[in-house]
Design a binder for this molecule. Sequence first.
Ligand code: XMP
Length: 493
Amino acid sequence: MFSKKIQEAKVGYTYDDFLLSPNSSFVEAKSVSTKVSLGNDINLNIPIVSAAMDTVTESELAIAIAREGGIGVIHRNITLEEQVEEVKKVKMAEELTIRDVVTITPDSSIENVQNIMDNESISGLPVMEGDAIVGIISKRDVSPFLKKGGEKTVKEIMTSDVVTIEEPITSEEALDIAYENKVERLPVLRDGKLVGIVTIKDILNHSQYPNATRDKNGKYLVAAATGPFDLDRAMALDEAGADIISVDCAHAHNMNVVKFAETMKDNIDADLCVGNIATAEAAEDLISRGVDGLKVGIGPGSMCTTRIVAGVGVPQLTAISDVADIASENNIPVIADGGLRYSGDIAKAIGAGADAVMLGNLLAGSYESPGDVVVMNGKKYKQYRGMGSMGAMTGGFGGGADRYFQEIKTNMKHSKLVPEGVEGAVPYKGTVNEIVFQLVGGLKASMGYCGAKDISEMKEKAEFVRITSSGIKESHPHDLLITNESPNYPFLD
Ligand code: XMP
């Protein structure tokens, strides 16, 4: 019966349909933990993932969000080689261990040492006899002898009692050993063999971002997007060191995508996150293929037109909770992707079962997103466009097109594409650091109200109250003219 389809249709809800109910609480915002695990060795300090969009995440923003404790997904609207480079830039951004170590032999002259130090701008060299490290020599050791014009060799003046450190290392460990032994640099060994060197200076720089998300080698975590059937890209990104390969597709419950997820999983070491989906059935099908993470959201995005163009979608809070029911039983993390407008929406997404949120719009206006700031009517903006918009599908490598199962070609004719997104601009909002400060501050406040000391308690304890359109009206500032823009409540609606 057709009438039943309408009468029995379920109601879908989204962020604005609910508020979180305040609970009795001993928890204060300043003491909550926002740490969350997104998979094998993917430990975030804040539950924020930046969107795989060409106006949001390239290496610059991925580095910035990793420094804050989240993770960025490098978009795929560029060639495979360019995307691999972007991943490598994040991985090399601030490596604690310098891998390209310049060494010297014991019989070299100290003039030779000085020349190497000057030419390479380094101030200490491990002294090697074959594979064995037999000493270390620094600028400070060499300078007095050079002044005297002596003909000394390295072995006469080097420090033979070398303090080394074995991999894997943490900055705290390295700093402790360096201070204890009053040395400025530590050769790094793996299985007794020299693989690098760390210096106190680098360790102290490293400590500038104590909240950063890092892999076990101290490098920033990074994810990278691939097309639903683009195995070559997935494998190349995996090889380049991406920690998560994120299958980026508008409808990941397409059964060919589901089947291919298994092939992807079998061919990469990184975690495999697949999206986007919006139903419990899709979650079941993908989990049965062994995926490590799920991304939820069909059409909630600020520049998406899927729900209008195709008439398809599920309001986001319903989608998150339906997927999370299945995912949580299987211990699979859920990323709520798109549609978040305020920090309170992050808290609501987590309360509905998400482990983390993916942000496009909220980060597109940052200093670190790709593109320049433009000024319109005296206000600063940055470009923001859907990956299914005309501009993204025709202007890049085609990554926007196959997300929507459309043919990938460069220089495509507009008339042969059916866009599911629009192009626009968002207000410039400052650095990722400033934006994240407000977003995480709002989340922490929410956790305090809900009595949740960490993310898993937030998922468990958060209770929702269903509101009406008068409730929404009451929630926003009303009956006044806002005279000073607040950093967490923009004017633009
Ligand atoms: P927000 O709301 O953060 O959403 O701007 C970002 C998410 O939107 C998705 N996305 C699209 N969805 N058409 C769509 O229907 C598009 O052109 C498009 N581009 C991006 C994507 O999941 C992103 O993370």
